[in-house]
Design a protein around this ligand. Structure first.
Ligand SMILES: [Zn+2]
Ligand SMILES: [Zn+2]
Length: 100
């Protein structure tokens, strides 16, 4: 089970784990001949879930939980600060997921 903090976005959400790795929600696009994902924790074959962009691990929705503390979580605050730094040095945090 991973816990994601600092969830952002509407159609394709992203968030950070406690190690500041960036995760993003993904959907397998069968029309684009993308392949199913596989949860690294339970091995379930999934057509949607969360993927770590720093390593490529995929998790099903049963093994992801979301921090929802309205900014009172110290991890959220720490990650928020890190993201501001990343934007200041010009890093684009919007991401595109390839599941091939
Ligand atoms: Zn799973
Ligand atoms: Zn949090």
């Amino acid at each position: 089970m991973i816990t994601l903090h600092n969830i952002k976005g509407i159609s394709r959400k992203s968030g950070h784990d406690t190690d500041a790795n960036l995760w993003t929600e993904f959907y397998v696009d069968y029309l684009a001949e993308q392949e199913d994902g596989e949860c690294v924790e339970c091995g379930d074959i999934i057509d949607m879930g969360w993927m770590c962009l720093d390593g490529g691990d995929e998790y099903c929705l049963n093994h992801v939980e979301f921090c929802d503390t309205d900014g009172e979580c110290s991890d959220c605050e720490r990650l928020e600060e890190m993201e501001i730094v990343a934007q200041c040095i010009g890093q684009e945090l919007e991401v595109t997921v390839k599941t091939e």
